[in-house]
Write a protein that binds this ligand. Structure first.
Ligand code: PLP
Length: 390
């Protein structure tokens, strides 16, 4: 078995016998023929097909879990995980988190599925005291609590003390789920710290080319895996075979894509930080976990160790106003104004254009998903667009 994450992304989930194809075949079928006299492991594709297994196995290996499960989207994986909370349970969530997650949790809470407890995920002691209160309520009400961690958070790039939160919640008998989309399995492995489940939007860095919507949940707990699999089957949230093909093809280059994008992000964050000192440019703040000025820089340095280190490929810039941000987006030539992130191409988006984004996200904040183009072109394009917006 390979010891190295860089090898795993390339080698895991490949057929390895003489005469086998180097890439696993993909079944484009909804159903499988059977004879009553022959044992039949495959029945109907909504239950999952052998073509899912190479990528599920690869993600399980990367996240140090025993079981990977693909879903039709990151949201579907999130929905499956939070649906495991019994009715009347307690969900502790970061006050900044992926908007779709946040909106879904708020809707389910409004319908009475569970109670929501919002926390500042960077404040470890406060989070754990909320977890303690939720655990006490849950015990008294004969239900359960779940701590949801996202780190770095989307789009505020807050960095949680992931190992301490997981360990603290465990001591209180509370399960933890971690959205590991931004860090990727190459920079952070929450299951190694005892998290119960990790979810990914495979749509983002893992598939890496902005051509797939897919999600995944990885766990070391066989009972949780079985429950999530049953949820996927009954809610019908399986990915399509073409998406599985594209995502497996995409993940093979995750290590080199991430290296290149992070290198660019480091350069851009520093140069934009320099540029923000120019009063003629509408740029009030640059946020990147790799900058000394990031409030959790030291924590990020300690946590995103991995084999290669690095602080991710997402930066945010605050232009100070909705108007300035929109003017920047109008002028960009190399960057594509679009939502989503984690692809080879650089994308920029004003997050507050979504009504669901919390008001604590500044109106003028642009999230930059740094791709693998030349850093100089990316910088010059942003600099000209910022100057044009002045
Ligand atoms: C995009 C995203 C999701 C949702 O994933 P989809 O594949 O779009 O459903 C969840 N969490 C984070 C952090 C994301 O960026």
């Amino acid at each position: 078995m390979p010891q190295n994450q860089r090898t795993r992304v390339v080698a895991a989930g490949r057929p390895h016998e003489p005469n086998s194809p180097v890439n696993p075949p993909v079944d484009f079928t909804s159903t499988y023929m059977y004879r009553p006299s022959v044992a039949y492991p495959q029945v109907y594709a909504r239950e999952g097909i052998p073509s899912f297994e190479p990528l599920e196995q690869l993600l399980a290996e990367l996240e140090a879990g025993a079981h990977g499960l693909l879903f039709s989207s990151g949201q579907a994986a999130i929905s499956a995980v939070i649906s495991q909370l019994p009715l009347g349970g307690h969900l502790i969530i970061p006050k900044h988190a992926y908007m779709g997650y946040y909106t879904l949790a708020a809707q389910l809470a409004a319908k009475g599925h569970f109670s929501l407890h919002r926390v500042d995920i960077t404040e470890t002691e406060q989070v754990l005291s909320t977890v303690r209160e939720a655990a006490q309520l849950a015990a008294a009400q004969n239900t359960q609590a779940l701590l949801w961690i996202e780190s770095p958070t989307n789009p505020m790039l807050e960095v949680a003390d992931v190992p301490a939160l997981i360990a603290g919640a465990r001591q209180l008998g509370v399960r933890t789920a971690v959205d590991n989309t931004f860090a990727t399995p190459l920079r952070q492995n929450p299951l190694k710290h005892g998290a119960d489940v990790v979810i990914h939007s495979v749509t983002k860095f893992i598939s890496g080319h902005s051509d797939v919507i897919m999600g995944a949940a990885v766990t070391a707990d066989p009972a949780l895996h079985t429950a999530l699999h049953a949820h996927r089957n009954l809610h019908g949230t399986i990915p399509g075979p073409m998406e599985v093909f594209l995502a497996l093809r995409g993940v093979r280059t995750l290590a080199v894509r991430l290296d290149a994008a992070e290198r660019n992000a480091e350069i851009l964050a520093r140069r934009l930080d320099e540029l923000s000192k120019d009063d003629a440019v509408p740029l009030t703040r640059v946020t990147y976990p790799g900058l000394d000025s990031h409030p959790q820089h030291e924590r990020a340095k300690a946590q995103f160790g991995g084999e290669d280190g690095g602080f991710g490929a997402i930066i945010t810039i605050d232009t100070g106003s909705l108007e300035a941000a929109d003017a920047v987006l109008e002028s960009l030539q190399v960057w594509t104004p679009a939502t989503s992130l984690g692809g080879v191409e650089s994308l920029a988006e004003r997050r507050r254009r979504h009504p669901g984004e919390p008001e604590t996200v500044p109106e003028g904040l642009i999230r930059l998903s740094v791709g693998i183009e030349a850093a100089e072109d990316l910088y010059q394009d942003l600099a000209q667009a910022l100057r044009a917006a002045a």
